[in-house]
Design a protein around this ligand. Sequence first.
Ligand SMILES: [Zn+2]
Length: 429
Amino acid sequence: MSERLIEPPTLFVNASQVVTCAGPARARRGSEMNDAGVRTGVGVAVAGSRIVAVDAVASLRQHYKDAHEIDCRQGVLTPGLVDSHTHGIFGRPRFDEQEMRAAGLDYMEIARRGGGIHSSVRDLRAQSEESLLDLARVRLRRLSSFGSTTVELKSGYGLTLEDELKTLRVIAQLSRELPLRIVATFLGAHEIPLEHRGSAAARQTYVDSLINEMIPAISARQLARFADVFCETGVYTVDESRAILTAARDAGLLLKLHADELTSSGGAELAASLGATSADHLAAISDGGIAALAHASTVATLLPGTMLFLGKTKHAPARRLIEAGIAVALATDFNPGTSPTPNLPLVLTLGVSQLRLSVAEAVVAATVNGASALALADHVGQIAPGFSADLALFDIGDIRELPYWYGDNRCVATYVRGKPCYTSDLAIT
Ligand SMILES: [Zn+2]
């Protein structure tokens, strides 16, 4: 092919800092997390969808003579943020439950009044594929406006084969039409559907349908990369979770697990023993769970926004996890019931203020380790030659400002695979 047919490279110049997170193409564990690879006086060269060089701007200009330049205007350039845990496909928001919680109503009472996850299930089943798609498009634009360039989306408000397939088809369509990088997770085991809660036999019928019908159907259609289970007292037991995830693994899916969110039920140990890619929540992880994750490659994905929104003061023991040598990721848990925020930088604020992470640890948790929680760490999450040109530009002069201006949106622009994904109408000040 002639050189002339290849697009000229793009140089990102005049960034006050380039936060590279560069290093091995795998999760950062323990003390490795404390290095976000902050560089000054460098630019980034992108050719096609890939980063090709990170170097002094003068030498980039000399090497890439016909390059197009993007002026970062003294902002901070980071790897595009990776939101590795969301439930972003839903219909009606559940803002009515917030005041009920504030008034002291517990989960069971809210459910009795028609709220909770089952109300989202009823609602999603009634929504058309088109209306779910319209709602999700806008919500994903909001997620990307805060700097996220990769978003995981779970099913799990359908809980029938037909409604789970409907949700996963919406995710596939979003993945085709949006510039965002999207990863699909099948979470048919999000709850036991109401129609299967009458007896142990009815419950087993649903678990059997997950294993024998839904997982094979979804795997055959290649509608999900991951399978996930909500392993928690009152939801799926450890034995049920093991059976479902083993079937998913046998069908070629990678594994995630909602583990030890409210009670220590052995979820982290199960995730480690199955070689799950991530174990998520972990606010109630036991000492045995920490020891199990320390000996596994499973990423611990922490979701402090959920605890904040539910008014809980208990958080995952992030410092102990990191000191045990575990890779920690941060994500929004974006969902209509317990964490309706699209703002991943706000979760970084919570990472620093509530989980006691350093800024470098929080940034690594939302980039390279988020990518690792989605099995993408070989080409996503770093500003380094060979990696996908997934970038976020923020209107700040120092990366420590990202969690500092909490709740604010400093994202100016994002790029995915070298192409513009989101642009703010606010200029860099
Ligand atoms: Zn979740």
